[in-house]
Ligand binder design. Structure first.
Ligand code: NI
Length: 200
């Protein structure tokens, strides 16, 4: 009996700490997402010194807003919070697959080989354009429990991580687009202005 109570308690504790939220869209998501032209998207984010319940609740709220917007990644600066926190989930179909939470992510190494991939961003809705980036990366980060982790990422997940990490430096994917005509056209068609792009 005692043991099963302890197990139950551990399970409850785990559930409380879990970052998993319902992946269904909400009528009123908790956080608004800033769009291209908002100064919040251009500020550098600061490192998180303590991973606590406040950070975990922020991550959950970011996930709720991300699922509602049908996005696969969201960075804290996109909701006006200048902290180095990213949430990513490329599998909306499976309710039990936990999302990836990256705190203070750093790139340890990038592949010399590059890939072209069409990107979009919840802060620039409707705009999709090709971006060239390293094909694979190795990163270090802390997870939602504050545990230090390392990971190799390529394909879609590697691409999403690189896109989201840019947000922590105030960089948007349109800054990296080399096809200037395509960029102007696509932005114009979706109500955005080229003057808000900071080409790199
Ligand atoms: Ni984005």
């Amino acid at each position: 009996m005692a043991r099963s109570f302890a197990q139950l308690a551990r399970k409850a504790e785990k559930t409380k700490a879990s970052i998993l939220v319902e992946k269904e869209p909400l009528e009123a998501p908790p956080l608004d997402i800033h769009t291209l032209g908002d100064v919040a998207l251009r500020k550098a984010a600061t490192r998180i010194s303590k991973v606590d319940d406040t950070i975990r609740e922020l991550a959950r709220d970011m996930l709720r807003s991300m699922y509602t917007a049908k996005g696969i990644g969201l960075a804290a600066p996109q909701v006006g919070i200048q902290k180095q926190l990213l949430v990513i989930d490329i599998d909306h179909e499976t309710p039990t697959t936990p999302p990836l939470v990256l705190i203070n992510p750093e790139i340890i190494s990038s592949s010399a080989s590059v890939e072209t991939y069409e990107e979009g961003c919840l802060s620039i809705p409707g705009v999709y354009l090709d971006v060239v980036r390293p094909a694979s990366i190795k990163i270090s980060f802390r997870d939602e429990m504050g545990r230090p982790k390392k990971m190799n990422a390529d394909g879609l997940i590697g691409r999403v991580i690189q896109h989201e990490m840019d947000h922590l430096q105030g960089v948007l994917f349109v800054d990296r687009v080399t096809d200037q005509d395509g960029l102007n056209k696509e932005l114009g068609e979706h109500g955005f202005e080229t003057k808000d792009v900071c080409s790199i």
